[in-house]
Structures are given as C-alpha cells and as structure tokens.
Design a protein around this ligand. Sequence first.
Ligand SMILES: Cc1cc2nc3c(=O)[nH]c(=O)nc-3n(C[C@H](O)[C@H](O)[C@H](O)COP(=O)(O)OP(=O)(O)OC[C@H]3O[C@@H](n4cnc5c(N)ncnc54)[C@H](O)[C@@H]3O)c2cc1C
Length: 481
Amino acid sequence: MKNKPCKNVVVMGAGPAGLSAAYQLSKNDIKVKVFEAQNQVGGISKTIVKNGFRFDLGGHRWFTKIDELDKLVKKLLGRQLIEVYRTSRIFFDGRYFDYPIKISNVLKGLGFWKSTKVVLSYLLVRIKYRLNPKPLKTFEDWTIANFGYVLYSYFFKTYTEKLWGIPCRQIGAQWAAQRIKGLSLSSAIRNALIPAKSKPKTLIDKFLYPKFGIGRICERLAEEIKKHNNQIALMTTVKQVNHKNGKIISVIVEEKTGGAIKTREIAADQFISSIPLTQLIRILTSAAPQAIIDASKKLTYRALITVHIIIDRPQITSDTWVYIHDSAAGLGRLHEPKNWSKYMVANQNQSSLVCELWCQENDEVWRKNDSQLIKLVMKDLTEVMNFITIEDVVDAFVVRTSKAYPVYKIGYQKPLKIIQEYLSRFENLQLVGRYGTYKYNNMDHSILGGLWAAKNIILGKRIYDLEQINADLEYHEEKQN
Ligand SMILES: Cc1cc2nc3c(=O)[nH]c(=O)nc-3n(C[C@H](O)[C@H](O)[C@H](O)COP(=O)(O)OP(=O)(O)OC[C@H]3O[C@@H](n4cnc5c(N)ncnc54)[C@H](O)[C@@H]3O)c2cc1C
C-alpha cells in the first residue's frame, strides 16, 4: 500500500468486521460504501425480531480482553449493556452436569459404576503414555490423554463430532488444547487431594450483553456510519471482484429491490473483504489460477440451522446455555433469550428458545424443509430432554446459515497459506473477519480486524498486521480466578 491519500473504500459484508472498518473510516472522513447480501446488518451476530420476540442466531455474549474494544462497545451501547451471569449445563445420559465440566460434579452425577470406569480408564491411559510417550496430534489423542477414554467418549466425542461433522481424530490437538486447557482429570484429582495455591483457569462467569440482543452492536455501528453520510447497501451481493496489475479496481454488485435485480460496478481506491475467503477466490476476475481454486476447495465450513421457538410459559430453564452431549438428541446447543435479557421477549408470560443444529450445506439435515426441522427439534425437546410439550409451542421458525464455522480439519493450514499468499499480491485489498480470514473468530477479533484494516488505510501504510489477530493459542474466554 502506497502513501497516497485514499478517496474511497469498498467494504464487502456488514458483519462486525466490515462495519467496524466502515465506522473507523467514517470517523476519519473517508468515503466508504458497504455492500451486504442480507436484508439486515450484523452477519452471524445479528438479532432477528419476530412478533416482538428477539432472537440471536445462537446466544452471543460480548467479551474481550482488549480494552479499546470494550470501550468502543460501551461507548456505542451505553446503558443498553447489561451484565449477565453465566450458568450453563450439559445434558448427557438423561441428566444435567455443570458446564464447564467439574470433575467432582461429573463423578457424582454419573453414579458409582460409570465413575469407576472413568477413573480406571484415566489411570490406564496415564500408565500407557508413561510407558510409551507419543505426540498428541489429534483432538482425540489430546482429550484421551488428559481425561481417559471413558470421559472423552461421554463428554467430548459426541459433542465435538456433532459440531464439526468429522471424527475427532481429524481435528488438530491444538483445538482441544486451546478450548479445554486447565480442565484435566489429573489436575482435578490433584486439587481435590492437595489444595492448590492459585485457582485453576475457568471460563468467564459473567459477561456483557446488549439488552435488545447482540445485533445492537452492529446496528449502532451502522447508525454511526450513516451519520457520516456513508452508505450501507443491504440486499446487495458482491458478485465479481475485478483486478488489474496487482490491484483490485472494482466490484460488481447485484442489488435486489422488490422483484427487480440491478447490477452495478463500483470502483474504489481500497477494498476490505469480510466475505468468505473461498467465495472471494471464486469471484475474482480474471479468475485465480487453478491451483488457488483447488486450494480453496479444501477449506470447508460447518453450517448452522437455528430453530427459534416461542413458548407459552414464563420460563423453561435457568440456564444461559444448555450443551447437548447426549447422542440421542440431534440438537447441539440451546439457549433461552429471556435468561439473557428480559427485553428479548414480547411479554413476560411467555418465553422462547433458540435451538442449534449443525450440519453440512446440502446434507440431509440441511435439505429438510422448515416443518421437518421444527419436528426434529421438537422430538428432542419433548421426548429426549422432557423440556416442553407440543402444547406449549406458540410459533416456530427456522434460519439457515450456510457458513457458520470454518472447519479446522488437520492440514487446513497448507491450502489456507497458499490462498493468503496469492491474495497478498493485491496491494489495495485487506481481508478481515471470521470467514474473510478463515479463522474461528469471536466478535472482538472481527471488530479488531476491521479497525486495523481501516487504520492501515487512514495511515496509508500497512502498520497493523491483520494476520496477528486471533493467532495465539490462548482461548479468549479464559480468565484466571
Ligand atoms: C452459534 C454461534 C455463536 C457465537 N457466539 C459468539 C459469542 O458468544 N461471542 C462472540 O464474540 N462471538 C460469537 N460467535 C462468533 C461471531 O458470530 C462472529 O465472530 C462474527 O459474527 C464474525 O463477524 P464477521 O464480520 O467476521 O462475519 P459475519 O458475521 O459472517 O459477517 C459477514 C457478512 O458478509 C456478508 N456477505 C457474505 N458474502 C457476501 C457477498 N458476496 N456480498 C455481500 N455481502 C456478503 C454476510 O451476509 C455477512 O453479513 C458465534 C458464532 C456462532 C456461529
């Protein structure tokens, strides 16, 4: 990027990443146009409103370790931010267990025989690794080494495979090390026998949440962008990205208004993309080399189907989330929005649930119609979990998200690197966001990426290295007690 004043910027996608870039540029009086395929801003972090009930696409809490971002969100939302205490449980074997798992609670809940099996299998695996140490390459290796096979099969295998849709031996050990660090059975037993000097790391037990739903963060960013007379074009999909001599020169967008489709070409000095990396590769014109297209086919995403249900009962659970590890249920996770904020329901006599199903785009679950999906979820809720009855249901609807999780299958880094190297040749293109960079970002990572990309444009130099965002292995939910 040269030290040349930038006159206008195109931002692709109006999720947290794209909007925070446009926000920062707007504040610095740079002209920016944001193009968003959906009919509202927020991406995966949006809040949908139906009959006065508000629904996130799976509960989203706001948390960050980066002060600048915390200050930004507090400035944007002010008194709309509320503090929520987290109490979550795991549903397994017809019973509930604490989340994050506590070994004492698990052993008590499982009963004598299953608990004995857990402890014996753990001792066995420790002896095995002591006699024959071997590197922990996969999620399965890491979890079995830390918990034993029995606890792994009860509390990690089913849930992880439901989420990712691939066997745990195809997922890298880093993922386990990052997500479940500090929860090993040995440290739990050790802590029970010898009181620890410092408490182990736990997952945060309270968080901030906008009282009208997580989508308010993006809605507030959008309001600020518009105050600076910058445009956010909804229902407008970037269909083509044109380049010449190592620079992006324009995008072709398709705008849907009523029944009509209008196509326009928009030129700009600088481009920020938060649309899925694999999609960007496919819409480059002239086309990316075949090797790059082949590499992009190796990166896959897990899809999310959320079934949103309005229920004629004042409250169904006391939980923030319920994680469904039980293999009898197809459901992965659910939450009751009212437990996050009472403003998420239209009236206090009723409540609602958001139920998450994970699948592949176009697999048999994805292809089910809405009423089949609602039936599937209702079967889990009524028969497997005994949560509600059919008579409780007032209304239900389905939302499909084709790209919800970039899949960290073993070996994904190689094709990703090939794509990153190819795209880095475009001197006026920056990649941000969860799908734009193919990183398992939380909102704060995406917002930071957007802000940094904008600052690079404002400064006229690539001072901020976007690749450093969400690059460490520390799980961003951890805190030291
Ligand atoms: C179930 C679930 C729960 C989560 N919970 C949390 C949580 O509790 N806390 C947290 O911090 N994070 C959470 N996350 C992560 C959070 O949703 C993401 O980090 C965040 O939304 C990513 O923002 P983004 O801008 O990078 O991408 P997105 O939110 O996906 O935004 C990208 C936007 O680009 C648009 N787009 C795509 N293609 C085109 C195109 N061709 N033209 C125009 N527009 C296009 C999309 O429609 C979308 O609006 C959760 C994610 C999931 C799936």
